[in-house]
Write a protein that binds this ligand. Structure first.
Ligand code: DLL
Length: 433
């Protein structure tokens, strides 16, 4: 089901006009209401009258995560403080968290964006949504909750963790849709297997997963183990939370809610807009937000746009599932590697579980050393040692040929790598410069 055909299936030129009107309005609001933006625009001698087409957005200044941190907590507020009704923050591991402050209108926009998102994954008023994204300052839990309620579905606000209880509810309440991080969805399948629960026999038939990188193969694992359709959903605290883009039944790129969040792809080094279809850094401008609207926010996420019409009928631009982030790109002996590439290579190798940990060290020779811990399927572990040695050598050679780096593989028993109930941690970087 398409939740808002009037916006999602809008004629492309009409959408551009809408985006332009919204952008001009935003620029005016930021100039008059946010000293940080007024200063930037004064320095560049820019006003909303200089914006004649949506492409003129390229004239406007970027906003970075550092800008957000420097203006923590309320420096980027664009409306009177008493209009704020809810606040969320990112779980950032370094520095101050980034803050999103919502007016009631912003919450309504979020409900709309998340209703479109869950509807993209097939959610209707008849569904029972087991929401295991974390509730709290994280946007995942509340975002999915608002969306499911807006669609009239029944919500089970589980939050993350307590897997035994999740499985009990999944069985006893007949949940039909699951919302959580993909790594937690997989973890639940392991616990279910140990508890002798056949997830494929339960009513659960679809899920919207996001908040962390995952691969096409991980999707296949989740779909097979639950007997469900698994959809990728994307978003970030700074822009609104989840609800920025989502997959439809075609599972071929994520439709961006571009009447609300204007997307661009830039070269992360030069900041220049890249030609259509090229892979680069994703940038968003919040076209309708009131609390903490952002101009050309650099997400550090890497993807490219797909503009060919989608079979679902939506006319919105799609983004390819993320390739990684400019800041989680590992540089190993000068080679650029994304953890997602390692995952993609690994999951194709028979005998391994999609659970891994990359440990980076710098040896006495000052060269980067990579240890890749990989969980092996139980059947393989009980096998003779020669089988394990063969598997280890195979993974090492696949990594060498696919990623051009030498890794030392350490096979570990099932369930040794720490599981996460939220975003999974895949890399431990112990290198010192
Ligand atoms: O993770 C919002 C969210 C909640 C999205 C629930 C989807 C579902 P943050 O904690 O601010 O917000 O983290 C945002 O997570 O810039 C990406 O790097 C990453 N990310 C989010 N969704 C995906 C995805 C939420 N589908 C950061 N695939 C983003 C890969 C994702 N990475």
């Amino acid at each position: 089901m398409i939740y808002s055909p009037e916006y999602e299936c809008m004629e492309v030129e009409a959408r551009k006009r809408l985006q332009l009107a919204r952008l001009k309005n935003l620029v005016e609001k930021l100039y008059s209401g946010v000293p940080f933006y007024r200063k930037k625009m004064d320095e560049m001698d820019l006003r909303s009258r200089d914006i004649h087409s949506i492409e003129d957005i390229e004239k406007l200044p970027f906003t970075t995560k550092d800008d957000l941190r420097e203006n923590y907590p309320h420096g980027l507020l664009a409306c009177p403080k008493d209009r704020i009704v809810e606040v969320h923050m990112s779980s950032g591991t370094t520095g101050k968290p980034v803050v999103d402050e919502y007016t009631q209108n912003d919450i309504d926009i979020w409900r709309e964006a998340m209703a479109r998102t869950l509807a993209g994954g097939g959610c209707t008023k008849d569904d029972i949504v087991q929401n295991c994204y974390g509730y709290g300052l994280f946007t995942g839990g509340p975002g999915a909750h608002y969306g499911a309620m807006t669609l009239g579905a029944e919500v089970l606000p589980m939050s993350s963790g307590n897997t035994a209880r999740q499985l009990m509810v999944l069985q006893d309440f007949g949940s039909t849709m699951l919302t959580c991080t993909p790594s937690y969805a997989l973890y639940m399948t392991e616990e279910a297997r140990d508890a002798g629960i056949d997830l494929r026999k339960l009513p659960i038939s679809k899920g919207c997963f996001g908040a962390e990188p995952w691969s096409e193969n991980m999707r296949k694992e989740i779909e097979t183990r639950y007997g469900m359709k698994a959809y990728d959903i994307y978003g970030l605290t700074e822009i609104i939370g989840p609800g920025v883009s989502f997959e439809c039944e075609a599972q071929n790129g994520l439709h961006i809610n571009e009447d609300l969040f204007y997307p661009e792809i830039i070269d992360p080094v030069t900041g220049k807009t890249l030609p259509e279809g090229e892979k680069g850094e994703l940038v968003f401008t919040t076209l309708t937000k009131e609390g903490t609207p952002l101009l050309r926010y650099r997400t550090r996420d890497i993807t490219y746009f797909i503009r060919e019409p989608c079979t679902c009928g939506r006319t919105t631009v799609r983004m390819h599932r993320l390739f990684g982030r400019t800041d989680d790109m590992l540089i190993i002996r000068g080679v650029n590697v994304f953890p997602s590439q390692i995952e993609q290579a690994l999951i194709e190798i028979e005998g391994t579980e999609p659970q891994y940990l990359i440990i980076l060290t710098r040896g006495a020779s000052h060269l980067d050393e990579v240890e890749l811990q990989v969980e092996v399927k139980q059947e393989f572990f009980s096998d003779e040692t020669r089988g394990l040695e063969r598997l280890q050598a195979k993974i090492e050679s696949v990594m060498k040929s696919k990623l051009q780096i030498s890794v030392r593989v350490k096979l570990v028993e099932p369930k040794t790598i720490e599981r996460s109930i939220g975003k999974a941690k895949r890399v431990i970087d112990k290198r010192t410069i």
